[in-house]
Design a binder for this molecule. Structure first.
Ligand code: MG
Length: 390
């Protein structure tokens, strides 16, 4: 069934703690997108703007809508990557990208990173995207409880972005739309500040989507506004009014002409790099630390370079140091390129790892993430010989 977009809104806000806004968005029916940039010296702002401008310019070849979105994301990725290669001040810049195209009766999505797409249908709110983030990865591997994910200190670390690598894997999918559906595309500055329950209530309240967008941004600010907040909303209705939706969108001139400066918004003035934190590399050089995949590592490194603070201090793990002794580490068991480690050594025991029964070695010194108390208890057990065969 042909659907129309009967209402739409887009709003971005710097939040209460950042000095600049590195989010960009596109609200140009039937195409909508949010990009959340990262990179010091305003590079994140550049990256996110390139992403939405590439979408708005619609250089993609004709073809299936999912393929068009994927190709657009790839094109934006190449542009950002090439610009970063040419300019040291923009090295490592990147952006999330969540783009939605209403194509006939379908809602088609292309997605990279941790911006999100939600659908409110019959008063039920459903998240349609999954985050490409370290936290979601840890949940998937059973190393983190899902209920702890939303408040996790590392939740900003993303495992995929446009820009840091010459190629990117774009997730695409299509869902049938229905009259009455409300869709929300947003940056993590919204979802890290308010619960999904609150989101549903604010979205479902009466009024225009402009009003809903205001409510959402206000709620995120009232909750602390720790990050830039961007929301893009649209509502589907039965055919007949408002914006007719055709599939021929990404390559049309209409989208380009419709795009005003106010629609592709990015950034405020100040340079966020000056206030950003950097992670300290510890001096320990433990052997056998697991290496994460190159792409993941590069993205995590990009996140590092642009100033996410890796406050990975809630995690501890046991491993083996250069002398083969069981050691306690604080942080995450990952090495990044350029010798950056996400952990630091806290304590070296006198217990050789080789003295642990081989069948239990992986379980004990295999870098399983533990709470501080558990890690210390285990270390004590080892030192007191309770786990070492006599
Ligand atoms: Mg953000």
């Amino acid at each position: 069934m042909a659907l129309t977009i009967v209402d739409q809104a887009g709003l971005t806000d710097v939040g209460r703690q950042r000095s600049s806004n590195e989010d960009s968005f596109l609200e140009s029916a039937p195409v909508f997108a949010v990009a959340d940039g990262m990179g010091g010296a305003r590079a994140g702002e550049v990256a996110s703007r390139i992403a939405v401008e590439t979408l708005a310019d619609g250089d993609a070849e004709d073809g299936e809508a999912e393929a068009q979105l994927a190709e657009t994301a790839q094109a934006a990725n190449r542009r950002i990557y090439e610009l970063a290669q040419k300019d040291d001040s923009r090295a490592g810049m990147g952006t999330t990208f969540t783009a939605v195209l209403v194509d006939g009766g379908d809602v088609v999505t292309g997605h990279v990173g941790d911006s999100r797409l939600y659908r409110l249908r019959d008063e039920a709110l459903e998240r349609l995207t999954r985050d490409h983030s370290l936290v979601e990865e840890l949940v998937r591997r059973g190393e983190l409880d899902p209920k702890d994910a939303e408040s996790h200190p590392q939740r900003s670390i993303i495992t995929r972005a446009l820009g840091p690598e010459p190629e990117v894997e774009v997730e695409t999918f299509t869902c049938p739309g229905r009259a009455g559906d409300v869709y929300l595309v947003c940056s993590d500055g919204l979802t890290s500040m308010i619960s999904e329950e609150r989101l549903r209530d604010l979205l479902g309240a009466d009024g225009s989507l402009d009003e809903a967008a205001q409510r959402l941004v206000e709620a995120a600010n009232e909750a602390g506004g720790k990050d830039n907040i961007t929301v893009v909303l649209f509502r589907l209705g039965d055919g007949g009014g408002a914006t007719a939706v055709s599939g021929d969108t990404l390559s049309g001139q209409e989208t380009r002409a419709d795009l005003s400066a106010s629609e592709v918004r990015a950034a405020a003035e100040a340079d966020r790099g000056a206030t950003s934190h950097t992670a300290a590399a510890s001096s320990s050089s433990a052997r056998g630390r697991r290496r994460i995949g190159a792409a993941l590592a590069a993205l995590v490194l990009a996140a590092l370079l642009v100033g996410f603070y890796f406050g990975s201090r809630e995690f501890y793990f046991l491993g083996t140091n250069d002398q083969g002794l069981v050691s306690l580490y604080r942080g995450l068991p990952y090495d990044l390129p350029l010798g950056v480690e996400l952990y630091e050594q806290q304590y070296v025991s006198g217990v050789p790892a080789a003295s642990i029964e081989p069948g239990r070695r992986e379980e004990i010194v295999g870098h399983q993430l533990r709470e501080e108390g558990d890690a210390l208890d285990l270390m004590r057990d080892l030192e007191e010989g309770r786990l070492v065969p006599s």
